[in-house]
Design a binder for this molecule. Structure first.
Ligand code: TRP
Length: 442
């Protein structure tokens, strides 16, 4: 559904749980996205991309552990699950279904050009191996799954590192193709690259990354943090000799945590010949100052995995409240429809096909009720009692006009309904709208 201009800005952030979070993740993504999530007018979605993890990790225990660690890290850094939608990708079972819909509008040639897949191919070719050696279809399909993550919630902005920009462009492309084929359903997402959050160098001066093995764990205990910082590569200049800030990983990491004044002070100390040992001590103290309170929360969270599981399941329900009716809309759009609603052009016009209907009635309690019945007369939805027929009528009108989207909004005016019934009700409402459109159009 196209969103109106006054709707809040939807921002969606995903992290693949394939390792222990490190300071590069914190500086490059977590810290910034948690801050942004409390900005007014922003509606944030945070999720653990565990289906994506299956592409690179074949160790089940590692995925479980990493999912827990990343969830705990986000919460420790102040993510408020009440305020944002915080979930695990694999709990939203609608995502694989959307992945398939998008698969069917994505050119294979587009996926051939995806960087991650191409890099593996190039590597194989360089080694003289079969180009497809070690390439799973999962790796090839990676961008489509990511497209489903983004398009499912009609995200406007997706904060990512530069290496992911191509994937957002592909998601945009999928949205455009689908909209062109089936009508306006998806918002076109945009990548958001914050140049203020520079990539953090790792221990060896290259970009901090799990694949280089040069990371500093985000919540390492104090002693371990100090040890890791001590192993940052420096040049061989002795204490007293002026040092270069240019190209100094230590300086850049410091800068990512320090204020402008603190950074200036270190710059001065460099030019005055601070010893590497002292500079490392300064860096350690500065990082620890910021991280220590978060580490305490992290440790508390990690000691109660059941609580994190509970939070994620609540988040998944929140996400599915949007995903379920949206998938019903999309299934209808592509033609996966209730057959009783009349198939083919004019089908519904020719014969008077049985169709879903609303029944309004009054009970002995004096209140006014309605039901939604399917084409065969079975009850799909049962309302609660309304004081007047007008109120019942308004609820019906909302269901007729907004269909699936109204189901969530009207939840407290309806008897509780399970997901399967909701799905059926949503389909019936679509069918009803379709049938009404045909009738009016003839
Ligand atoms: N591919 C992203 C990464 O490895 C993680 C991810 C999966 C993601 N789905 C997403 C990020 C959707 C943003 C939006 O960093």
């Amino acid at each position: 559904m196209a969103t109106s201009p006054s709707a809040p800005l939807r921002v969606l952030t995903g992290i693949t749980p394939s390792g222990t979070p490190h300071l590069g993740n914190y500086v490059g993504s977590i810290r910034h996205s948690v801050r942004q999530s409390v900005a007014p007018g922003v509606e944030s979605f945070f999720f653990l991309a565990d289906y994506h993890a299956l592409i690179k990790v074949q160790e089940p225990a590692l995925i479980q552990r990493s999912t827990l660690e990343i969830a705990a890290s986000w919460l420790a850094c102040g993510l408020d699950p009440e305020r944002v939608t915080f979930y695990r990708q694999s709990d939203v079972v609608e995502i694989p279904e959307l992945t398939w819909f998008l698969t069917c509008v994505t050119g294979k040639g587009v996926l051939n050009r995806a960087h991650a897949y191409k890099a593996q191919l190039d590597k194989n070719v360089a080694k003289g191996e079969d180009p497809d050696a070690d390439v799973t279809a999962g790796l090839f399909m990676y961008p489509v799954l990511m497209g489903a993550d983004i398009l499912m919630f009609n995200a406007h902005k997706v904060p990512v590192g530069r290496d992911q920009v191509q994937h957002i462009e592909m998601a945009r492309d999928m949205a455009q193709r689908f909209n062109h084929q089936y009508g306006e359903h998806f918002t076109l997402p945009e990548a958001e690259i914050d140049d203020a959050v520079a990539t953090l160098p790792g221990l060896d001066g290259r970009k901090m990354s799990k694949s280089y093995g040069n990371t500093i764990a985000m919540f390492a205990p104090r002693a371990q943090l100090q040890k890791q910082i001590a192993s940052i590569v420096t040049d061989s200049r002795a204490p007293g000799e002026p040092k270069d800030t240019e190209g100094s990983a230590l300086f850049q990491i410091y800068q990512a945590f320090a204020t402008a004044e603190e950074t200036e002070a270190l710059r001065k100390a460099y030019s005055e010949g601070i010893g590497w040992g002292d500079a490392k001590q300064m860096l350690f103290e500065r990082i620890d100052l910021e991280v220590a309170p978060l580490r305490a929360r992290y440790e508390a969270l990690m000691s109660d995995p059941a609580e994190i599981e509970r939070i994620l399941l609540i988040g998944a329900e929140k996400a599915r409240k949007l995903a379920r009716p949206f998938m019903t809309e999309l299934r209808h759009a592509v033609g996966l429809r209730n057959l009783a609603a009349g198939a083919g052009k004019g089908g519904a016009r020719k014969a008077k096909v049985a169709k879903p209907s609303f029944k309004q009635y009054r009970e002995r309690d004096g209140l006014f009720y309605f039901k939604l019945l399917d084409a065969s007369g079975a009850t799909l939805l049962q309302s609660r009692g309304f004081a007047s027929p007008q109120e019942a009528g308004r609820a019906i009108a909302a269901l007729q006009q907004q269909r699936g989207a109204a189901l969530a909004a009207l939840a407290d005016q309806l008897e509780p309904t399970g997901p399967e019934e909701l799905r059926a009700a949503s389909e019936a409402l679509e069918a009803l709208a379709e049938a009404t459109a045909h009738t009016n159009g003839s």
